[in-house]
Design a protein around this ligand. Structure first.
Ligand SMILES: Cc1cc2nc3c(=O)[nH]c(=O)nc-3n(C[C@H](O)[C@H](O)[C@H](O)COP(=O)(O)OP(=O)(O)OC[C@H]3O[C@@H](n4cnc5c(N)ncnc54)[C@H](O)[C@@H]3O)c2cc1C
Ligand SMILES: NC(=O)c1ccc[n+]([C@@H]2O[C@H](COP(=O)([O-])OP(=O)(O)OC[C@H]3O[C@@H](n4cnc5c(N)ncnc54)[C@H](O)[C@@H]3O)[C@@H](O)[C@H]2O)c1
Length: 440
C-alpha cells in the first residue's frame, strides 16, 4: 500500500491552500477530490456569485439614480450574463486539477476510511503520516413530499434560462444573495422563512433595512411560514405552506448546509463528529492521532467562510511542518451578505450588548457624504461598538458595506485606539476609508 507524507481529502479553499504550501516542500502528497477540483467557493459558491453580482449591482445602482442624473436604467440580460459566467468558470476545475498534479498525486473520486489510518478511493488504499479531512459542506434538502423538485445554490449559479417565478425557502446568506440576483434579472421572487427575521447573527437593524429595500423592489417575504410540500400543478408548481399555497416555477432550498461526512464512513474509525462537523482540538487534530480536519467540515464557532478555511490550511501546514507549536488562534473575522444593499459586520454585534456602562454604541448615517449622495444611496449607515473607548465591533448596511467594515477591521484586530490610527494613517479622501479616522 502506498504511503504518503500527507493525504488531503477534498480540494476546496482549505485543502488547496495546504496543497499549494506543501508544493514548496519535498513532501509526498496525495490530493483526493470527489467532484470539481477547487471545491465550492471558486466553482459554485463565492466566486460565481460575486461575478454575477457585478452586473446586478450596476443595474440596481442605475435604477437608483433614475431622475438623479440617469434617464434610463440599465436592464439585465440573464442569458448573456450566464453565458459570460459559464465561459469564465467552466474551465476552472480542470485547470485546478492540472495545477495540483504538477507537484502532487491526484485521484478523482470520493474517499472513504477503511480504518483509522487507511483511506480508499477508486479501489486503491492509501496511508499517510497525516490524513487531512477538508470535505466542506453541502446544501440541506428539506424532507418534504416533492423534495426531488427542489433546487440548490449549485443549480441557480448555472441557471441558463430564468424562470418567471422563483421561490426561496430560508432567509440566510444563500437565499438573500441569490434572490437579489434573480430578482434584478426580472424574476418574481418570494422568500419563505420559518422564523421572523433574516440573516441570523447580523444586527436586526441592518437586516431590516435590507428586507425593506428588497420589498421595495418587489420581492415578497413570508415570515413565520413552514413549508409542507411541493406539488406539480397544471402548468406551475405549488408550494404548500401553513400560511397558504404559493404558485411558482422554481423552488430553491436554501435552508442551510451540513458537513460532508457521510461518504467518509467515519463509523469505521474513532473520528468523532457532531451535527456541525468533525470534532478537533486546538491543533485541528481529530480524535484520532495523525488525522486532522480543516475548513467548513470542522465543528467550531467561527463562521464557515473561505478566509477561515484558508487560515486553517495555512495554520495546519505551519503546525505539521514544525513552524509552530502554538494552538490555533483566529483573528477578527469580517463577514458580509452580498445582497443589495450589502449587510456586513465584524466583532461585537450591537444586539448582544447588554446595558453595560463600559460599552458605547455609535450610529453613523452615511447618506450625507457626497460619495454616497452621488449614488443616491439613502440607506447606508454604520454602527460602531466601543468598549472602554476601544472599537470592538462594526456593522454596516449599504452598497459599500463590505469595504466599509473591512476598513475598520485592522482597528479592532490590532486593538489600536483612534489616536494611534490617526497618527499612523491618513486615508485617501474622498473614498470609503476616509471616515475611519474621523469616527474613532
Ligand atoms: C452559494 C455560496 C456562496 C458563498 N459565498 C461566500 C462568500 O461570499 N464569502 C465566503 O467567505 N464564503 C462564501 N461561501 C462559503 C465558502 O464557499 C466555503 O466556506 C468554502 O468553500 C469552504 O472551503 P472548504 O475547502 O472547507 O470546503 P469546500 O470548498 O466545500 O471543498 C470541499 C471539497 O471536498 C470534496 N469532497 C467532499 N467529500 C469528499 C470525499 N469523501 N472525498 C473526496 N472529496 C470530497 C467536495 O467535492 C469539495 O470539492 C459561499 C458558499 C456558497 C454555497
Ligand atoms: N457571503 C457569504 O459569506 C456567504 C454566502 C453564502 C454562503 N455562505 C456560507 O454558507 C453557509 C450556509 O449558508 P445558508 O444561507 O445556506 O445557511 P444559513 O444558515 O445562513 O441560512 C439558512 C436559512 O434557512 C432557514 N431554515 C433552516 N431550516 C429551515 C426550514 N426547515 N424551513 C425554512 N427555513 C429554514 C434558517 O432560518 C435560515 O434563514 C453560511 O453560514 C456561510 O457560512 C457565506
Amino acid at each position: 500500500m502506498k504511503h504518503y507524507d500527507e493525504i488531503l481529502i477534498g480540494s476546496g479553499p482549505a485543502a488547496y491552500k495546504m496543497s499549494n504550501l506543501l508544493a514548496q516542500t519535498d513532501h509526498q502528497v496525495l490530493v483526493i477530490e470527489g467532484f470539481e477540483f477547487g471545491g465550492t467557493c471558486p466553482n459554485y459558491g463565492c466566486e460565481p456569485k460575486i461575478f454575477l453580482e457585478g452586473a446586478v449591482r450596476n443595474v440596481l445602482q442605475s435604477q437608483q439614480l433614475v431622475g438623479k442624473g440617469i434617464s434610463k436604467p440599465a436592464t439585465l440580460d440573464w442569458q448573456q450574463l450566464m453565458q459570460t459566467k459559464l465561459e469564465r468558470f467552466n474551465p476552472w476545475p480542470a485547470e485546478t486539477k492540472e495545477n495540483i498534479a504538477k507537484t502532487h498525486d491526484v485521484e478523482s473520486g470520493y474517499a472513504e476510511f477503511v480504518d483509522d489510518h487507511t483511506v480508499k478511493v477508486n479501489g486503491n488504499s492509501y496511508q499517510a503520516d497525516h490524513i487531512i479531512i477538508a470535505t466542506g459542506q453541502t446544501p440541506n434538502i428539506l424532507n418534504i413530499p416533492g423534495k426531488d423538485e427542489l433546487h440548490t445554490s449549485f443549480d441557480v449559479l448555472s441557471l441558463k434560462k430564468l424562470p418567471q417565478k422563483i421561490t426561496f425557502i430560508g432567509a440566510g446568506f444563500v437565499s438573500l444573495e441569490l434572490a437579489t440576483l434573480v430578482a434584478a434579472a426580472g424574476a418574481e421572487v418570494t422568500v419563505i422563512m420559518h422564523s421572523d427575521r433574516v440573516l441570523r447573527g447580523f444586527p436586526k437593524e441592518e437586516s431590516s433595512v435590507l428586507v425593506k429595500a428588497m420589498q421595495d423592489r418587489g420581492i415578497r417575504f413570508m415570515f413565520k411560514t413552514n413549508t409542507q410540500s411541493l406539488l406539480a400543478g397544471d402548468d406551475e408548481l405549488v408550494l404548500e405552506t401553513d400560511q397558504g399555497s404559493v404558485k411558482t416555477n422554481y423552488v430553491v432550498d436554501a435552508t442551510g448546509r451540513h458537513p460532508n461526512i457521510e461518504r467518509l464512513h467515519l463509523e469505521r474509525t474513532n473520528i468523532q463528529y457532531d451535527r456541525n462537523g468533525i470534532l478537533v482540538d486546538d491543533h485541528l487534530k481529530t480524535t484520532v492521532d495523525g488525522v486532522y480536519a480543516i475548513g467548513d467540515v470542522v465543528s467550531r464557532h467561527e463562521p464557515k467562510l473561505t478566509p477561515v478555511a484558508e487560515f486553517e490550511g495555512q495554520y495546519l501546514f505551519n503546525y505539521l511542518t514544525g513552524n509552530t507549536q502554538d494552538t490555533i488562534k483566529y483573528p477578527t473575522i469580517g463577514r458580509a451578505a452580498f445582497t443589495y444593499p450589502v449587510v456586513a459586520m465584524a466583532g461585537v454585534n450591537p444586539d448582544n450588548v447588554v446595558d453595560n456602562h463600559s460599552y458605547q454604541i455609535k450610529k453613523v448615517p452615511l447618506k450625507y457624504g457626497s460619495l454616497y449622495a452621488g449614488q443616491n444611496d439613502q440607506l447606508s449607515h454604520l454602527t460602531l461598538v466601543f468598549k472602554n473607548q476601544q472599537l470592538v465591533g462594526v456593522s454596516a448596511v449599504g452598497e459599500h458595506a463590505a469595504d466599509d467594515v473591512n476598513n475598520f477591521l485592522p482597528v479592532i484586530g490590532l486593538k489600536i485606539t483612534g489616536k494611534e490610527y490617526r497618527q499612523a494613517v491618513m486615508a485617501i479622501y474622498p473614498a470609503l476609508a476616509d471616515k475611519v479616522g474621523g469616527e474613532l
